[in-house]
Design a protein around this ligand. Structure first.
Ligand SMILES: Cc1cc2nc3c(=O)[nH]c(=O)nc-3n(C[C@H](O)[C@H](O)[C@H](O)COP(=O)(O)O)c2cc1C
Length: 383
């Protein structure tokens, strides 16, 4: 390895003292490749093992905690005890080479897909009509009832218990990307006049408490609990950095082991409000004040971009999304001094199809996600 890249391989301690062997994190990446019933597939095992091999921390695709929350075709399920056998195989494959493995626990809320949920249902903090994931037309999501809110909180706990039984090292609570937990925090989605609307942080904090309580009952202190959030929304009203500041201040008081910000560009700046123009990651660091590690992410495609992000932003942990899909040997190539051979462009003609599961490769092929590709101009500038 070239000496200059050594800082990327520093060990990092999570708040519960779990030691990660380097700063790289496999981002949670929906692969649409679990079996139709949400159990783990062979394609998924192979793909996840490849992408987990060299990172410090590996996070699974968003995995639904109830059937009503299912938001992707081929989404992994952590909603049933019958999922545990497959999850055991997945945990083993992800941990095999030394990464810590966590499951991202998720509920789609308004973005659940009625073509996949029982009775074509979808429920959200407030009624809303929207188009989600691969839908061609909009669907309606009704208001979730108070009883269902309580059941959903319990479901996050039950999912955590299954993840523990399957032998994973932790869970990441998916509070980002406009799914149910995010929707409760968001003034765009949450217009409720009851306690779940008056206090936009009540739902996320109750989920955190339920997960933490489950961990206390079923695991030991080494079990990791992380939380992912999106810091801003484009809508007005929408989540502003001021709301995220309050969210982070409340999360810091919980026994969480890391926070994870969902960004498309690690250097991105605040859009609006009191902090407009300031770098989001710098603000988050200011608020976290060294009390737990923050995972940063967004448009890292080369070794130098990774190094620059870690050094200029003091990033504790750096997650890789699209790049580790394009080249699952990214980390290994840096470690073995072969960073010049990193593949950072989607090539539809590659014989190995980037070692992606067929359904995910097809999504890339059809341009579902913005990635640099050999048959088009580089779209990174528009990300
Ligand atoms: C194919 C794909 C699937 C994704 N699935 C998830 C997911 O399951 N959970 C999640 O929190 N974010 C998901 N994301 C967002 C990524 O974790 C990440 O935040 C985003 O891709 C930006 O990082 P990058 O620039 O390194 O790709 C997904 C992104 C892509 C491209």
């Amino acid at each position: 390895m070239k000496k200059k890249y050594e800082p990327l391989f520093d060990h990092v301690q999570l708040r519960n003292k779990t030691e990660l062997r380097n700063r790289f994190v496999l981002a949670p990446l929906t692969h649409v490749s679990s079996n139709a019933d949400g159990t783990i597939s062979d394609d998924e095992i192979k793909y996840m093992a490849q992408r987990s091999k060299d990172v410090g921390l590996a996070i699974t695709a968003a995995s639904h905690v109830t059937d009503l929350g299912k938001a992707f075709p081929g989404q992994p399920s952590v909603a049933h005890d019958s999922d545990i056998d497959g999850l055991k195989r997945l945990a083993k494959a992800m941990k095999e080479n030394g990464a810590k493995a966590v499951v991202q626990i998720h509920h789609g809320g308004a973005q659940a897909l009625p073509y996949l949920t029982p009775n074509g249902d979808a429920a959200a903090p407030s009624p809303v009509t929207l188009r989600s994931f691969d839908e061609e037309a909009e669907h309606h999501a009704r208001e979730i009832s108070q009883d269902e809110i309580e059941e959903t909180i319990k479901a996050f706990g039950a999912a955590t218990r299954r993840v523990i039984e399957a032998g994973f090292d932790g869970v990441e609570i998916h509070g980002a990307n406009r799914y149910l937990i995010h929707q409760f925090v968001s003034p765009h989605f949450n217009h409720r006049e009851d306690e779940w609307g008056k206090n936009r942080f009540k739902f996320p904090m109750r989920v955190v408490d339920e997960v933490v309580q489950t961990v206390k009952t079923h695991a030991d202190d080494s079990f990791i609990v992380g939380y992912r959030f999106s810091p801003e929304e484009p809508q007005n009203p929408g989540i502003r950095m001021e709301i995220t500041e309050e969210l982070v201040k409340q999360l810091i008081e919980k026994p969480l082991d890391y926070l994870h910000v969902s960004l498309m560009d690690v250097h991105s700046k605040t859009r609006a409000g009191k902090y407009q123009g300031q770098e989001r990651i710098a603000l988050l660091h200011q608020w976290i004040d060294g009390r737990m590690p923050l995972i940063g992410i967004g448009s890292i495609f080369t070794a130098d971009q990774a190094l620059e992000a870690v050094e200029s932003k003091n990033i504790d942990l750096l997650a890789l999304g699209r790049e580790i899909l394009l080249d699952h040997t990214f980390v290994d190539k840096i470690q073995t001094g072969n960073e010049d051979e990193i593949v950072s462009v989607f090539d539809p003609d590659r014989a190995d199809k980037h070692d992606l599961p067929p359904k995910l490769w097809e999504q890339f092929y059809k341009g579902f996600y913005p990635v640099p590709r050999t048959d088009q101009q580089d779209p990174r500038s528009s990300v």
